[in-house]
Ligand binder design. Sequence first.
Ligand SMILES: Cc1ncc(COP(=O)(O)O)c(C=O)c1O
Length: 383
Amino acid sequence: MDVASPAGHPARMGSEGDFQAARLTVRLNAIAANYRSYRRVAGSCAVAAVVKADGYGLGAAKVAPVLAQAGCDTFFVARLEEGIALRPLVPAARIFVLDGAMPSAVPALIRHALTPVLNSLAQIAAWSAAGMTSGGLDAVLHVDTGMNRLGLPQDELAILAAEQGKRLAGVNPVLVMSHLACADEPDNAMNRMQLSRFRQALAMLPPAPASLAASHGTMLSPDYHFDLVRPGVALYGADPQRPEGLGDKSAPNLMQTAAVLTARVLQLRRIDLGESVGYAATFHVKRPSMIATIALGYADGTPRTLSNRGVAAIDGVRVPVVGRVSMDLITLDVSDLPNPPQPGDTVELMGDSISLGEVAERAGTNEYEILTRLRRVPKTYEA
Ligand SMILES: Cc1ncc(COP(=O)(O)O)c(C=O)c1O
């Protein structure tokens, strides 16, 4: 429905009209189906869900309750703030905070019933001190097996193993975990090396359930499953059987498309041979052309690297992005369409015609970055 402006002209743009310039449609049923697929692959092993970075940009507040309904009882977030926001939405679930227990975070972690992933002896000491005064606190122990990013390094692991009675006083380890660096490359020797280091670490620590694999690692082999796998990006539609950042190649994606990005056409323009399109005139037309300008740009999170490389789909027919992606606009060459789109028509940038993996590959990045950057785009949810 158009909303009339005070001047009497139709005011089609803005939050009060029906014109939504761009839209990210999140298919909650697809996310739940993807979670169930992981349950099937994981067999008897439990499946947690990683919902950090606002559910990889798709909205943790909507995604997490749907996953809980699908049977997920363990969630991972990165930040304390993410855990605090998630707590009332999944009141019965375990929420593991990957950043861990910086001393200043300890009171809030306890207040909101959040379980830290302890990454160092210093974090263990801070949590142990609180645990000793409160009758014991659950924790996840994170050992670094080669990522060299977070988690107990080998020397700290040795100290913890030797002094575990003292160091873990007041701490109840509910999980021992590590993270794979190259899980999207099945033949990479790093996977087997990390698996072996993880087994060694488990033998040194008090008995507890174990977790090594995320989306891609789960697909390597059951050897990597242990007691809990913790997929993130695959739940949101990325293909866990292909290296990240590489689009569709051969076998179909086992995961369903969970995020559909669309934008409206704002204007059509017929231009002559030799004219250029967009900033810096990076694209010159080699024939008289029809250019459609759509309401999406890098301020919405669409990578600027899609300039002259991206594609869009109009009624399932692909058209190329021409010229530079600008802050709020993208230009498409729609000359080959028998029926060019009209202002207000919808164009797909990612979804059923153009996979998340393809967008990532064209942009020269990975699926994670594509999803988490789409912050300005209003989201709608399909149950
Ligand atoms: C420690 C840890 N576990 C699990 C995940 C989920 O990984 P993915 O999204 O590849 O499944 C991440 C993501 O970065 C992570 O950092």
